[in-house]
Design a protein around this ligand. Sequence first.
Ligand SMILES: *Cc1c(COP(=O)(O)O)cnc(C)c1O
Length: 408
Amino acid sequence: MIKINENYLKLQASYLFAEIKNRTTAFQQAHPDRDIIKLGIGDVTRPLPAACIEAFHRAVDEMAADATFRGYGPEQGYAFLREKIAAQDYQARGADIAADEIFISDGAKCDNGNIQEIFSTDITIAIPDPVYPVYVDTNVMAGRTGRFDQGRYEKIVYLDGTRENGFIPDLPPEKVDLIYLCFPNNPTGATISKKKLKQWVDFARQNKSLILFDAAYESFIRDDALPRSIYEIEGAREVAVEFRSFSKTAGFTGTRCAFTVVPKACTAYSADGEKQSLHALWYRRQSTKFNGVSYPVQRAAEAAYSPQGKTQTNEFIDYYLKNAALIRREMSALGFDCIGGENSPYIWVDGRTDSWKFFDRLLENTGVVCTPGAGFGRCGEGYIRISAFNDFENVQAAMTRIRETLGS
Ligand SMILES: *Cc1c(COP(=O)(O)O)cnc(C)c1O
């Protein structure tokens, strides 16, 4: 009898997006003449920057000729891409990261999920609430949690995001081993200051913990005082792994390219207390289970670092930031407290009512679909997430409807 991994049975059905779909479909059927605008999307809507497309095409042509064809690439990714990342994303900002500390992959989601297999199952994990669901579910699958009870898994140390702390969680009162942080945050759009991030780095150093820092939205940061990388913080090289992705930065959600930074100074410990290199472990894991990202995709990602590519990706981000600013301005003008929408594509709105009630009210009165905050964790109750990933015209239309109905 083949037995399953019982931990999978602890997983909760992904109720959030299914329920949004059900309610939206029901509304559409009841009101076939009403036009729906979806501002609940966590996916980009604009096509790839021209520089990326051109490089992508050129690389496909190379694959068609004897002289330039390429088979398996280097396990960590091509040096041409890793060197540009190291120089432009890190060294140019004073972060001491070398090209051989970067691992190119096909997604920050899979890296986030896969990395925890190099850690023991009996470590303690701290995860923010509200949160991107991948961090929780992958640890449930690995058996690091107990049962799901009253909206939470046993054994996880939840880091509460609240109105009071502005959705920047406080340090845990106890020692924890693995800490998940994501800034700019999905779903709240909150950003963290260097000073606050330094407190986390110091905590990790004192407790021999490790921070998994998800920086998927760093390119939305326009305030130069904010850290784009955790390695801008002194001491982080020893205690942090960083995840980045071309998905939101350059529209690669369907093209797939991301990277994980594992500094050589980063350590964890074996049961006998000996220091172990995380870089060596992750290298071993990736070279055993992964054969890399396709050559044309890595060339397309590299093009995001060319002068034209940088201009185009910046315009790409600016477009969404303009949407975000409009959403934030309009919602604030209606008297709602908002987080995010600056240096982030998400606006986290305090609806001062049940998340799903607010969702229904918005849908029924305006035809606008948002994401109920409660779907991201217990602390998301009372909030909704509005996404700036859409056409400006749609965002404008949605905000006009909201102003006209909720404002009166
Ligand atoms: C979109 C997103 C990612 C990117 O995932 P990919 O697999 O690279 O597309 C990572 N983390 C968060 C929090 C995200 O919202």
